[in-house]
Design a protein around this ligand. Structure first.
Ligand code: LLP
Length: 383
């Protein structure tokens, strides 16, 4: 079980996010080690967590940014990232977001449709600029992950389908204020097997051969994100298998000498360093169940309610007491406000602190104010 500074928690209002910055630093060091190659560029997918302190740490480690909105671009610039380090993705970029990106010299627009290409071209022309663009290709690969976070299948709204790709490439080449730099892919999230990434490499190899034969060269290949983490046993695997992940690309992708390979990792960078800390408000004896009602709800961590995800729950106040089964539920007036059913936990009492682990990614950033609840605050292992 991870160690938490419980003494310091006593005076804090729960629920809150607690981030272990030492673990984040170790994760970043391992990521940088495993991805060391002049042609590799890792962009942190800041949709996973845009807490300013976390962003500054990631900026310090030398990563770039994958942003999906103008607000993310602004937050990245404020955290010290340069425009050129940012790639800008998203199916629905608005004119004002595109202008913001152009004015700040973003490194690349990941473009998802022909109308988007045309609008970026027009707006770039108006500003006297040329927009660097990668076309997001939908590679039609099943990443064997939750349906809501699978993105690479033909039926998804993302990217350009393989049959339509030739026309879209031709279109991009015909536009005077567009510089077509590369191809972009993303097959899904929380992928814990290597096989989908290998399939992606093979699909990309085929496309590169095909386009090279037509004398089209892509300077950048962006393979998106998706590397999964161990939600069941975060202490055994606090740092994801970056080595195995990058090895898959090193061994299977036939990157040309003139090409750069870009990655957009989100979850794997930040998930394990964050926990949601909550207090038990009541222990309620039902007829067939015992409930631990806690002061965090799906407004603070929506992943269990939205994706049926499970975050490991730990009683960090009295870890050694006799174990009982509990349904751990929040205070929100919906049955889906449940963090775990029949959890075997050291006996819980009113006031005990629970840690919901592996919550650093898609936790705090997805919080909402339903029921007029305040957004959770955040604390760090270092002041
Ligand atoms: N690149 C693109 C184009 C993406 O759509 C995503 C995630 C990433 C990169 C980063 O993927 P990661 O390395 O984090 O797997 N809220 C969901 C996850 C949604 C992921 C959306 N796209 C969850 O809590 O599981």
């Amino acid at each position: 079980m991870a160690r938490f500074p419980i003494g310091e928690f006593k005076d804090l209002t729960t629920p809150f996010y607690f981030y272990d910055l030492a673990l984040l630093d170790r994760t970043l060091a391992e990521l940088n080690r495993a991805s060391r190659d002049d042609r590799y560029h890792v962009h942190y997918a800041m949709k996973a967590n845009a807490n300013p302190a976390i962003l500054r740490r990631i900026q310090g480690a030398g990563l770039g940014i994958d942003a999906v909105s103008g607000w993310e671009i602004k937050a990245a610039l404020e955290a010290g990232f340069k425009g050129s380090q940012i790639v800008f993705a998203g199916v629905g970029k608005t004119d004002s977001e595109i202008i913001l990106a152009l004015e700040n010299g973003v490194g690349c627009f990941n473009v998802e449709s022909v109308p988007e290409l045309e609008v970026i071209n027009d707006l770039a022309e108006g500003l006297g600029l040329v927009a660097k663009v990668a076309i997001r290709v939908n590679p039609n690969i099943d990443a064997h992950t939750h349906a809501y976070i699978t993105t690479g299948l033909a039926e998804n709204k993302f990217g350009i389908n393989l049959e339509q790709l030739p026309d879209v490439i031709e279109k991009a080449q015909s536009l005077s204020n567009i510089a077509l730099e590369g191809l972009h892919f993303h097959i899904g999230s929380q992928i814990t097997e290597t096989e989908p990434f290998i399939m992606l490499c093979e699909r990309i190899n085929g496309l590169l051969d095909e386009w090279e034969a037509k004398e089209v060269k892509f300077k950048t290949i962006n393979v998106g994100g998706g590397l999964g983490i161990d939600y069941n046993d975060p202490d055994r695997h606090p740092i994801p298998d970056f080595e195995g992940y990058f090895r898959a690309f090193r061994n299977h992708l036939k990157l040309r000498d003139y090409q750069q390979l870009h990655f957009e990792l989100g979850r794997s960078v930040v998930a394990q360093c964050g926990s949601l800390i909550t207090r038990v408000i009541y222990v309620k004896e039902g007829t067939t169940k015992r409930f631990a009602v806690v002061d965090a709800g799906f407004t603070d961590l929506i992943r269990p309610a939205l994706y049926n995800a499970h975050h490991r729950i730990e009683n960090i106040s009295s870890p050694n007491s006799e174990r009982h089964h509990y349904d751990v539920v929040g205070p929100i007036c919906e049955s889906s406000d449940c963090f775990g059913k029949d959890e075997l936990l050291p006996a819980l009492r009113r006031g005990d602190f629970l840690a919901l682990r592996s919550a650093g990614a898609y936790g705090e950033i997805m919080a909402s104010q339903y029921n007029c609840r305040p957004l959770p605050s955040s604390y760090f292992s270092e002041k």
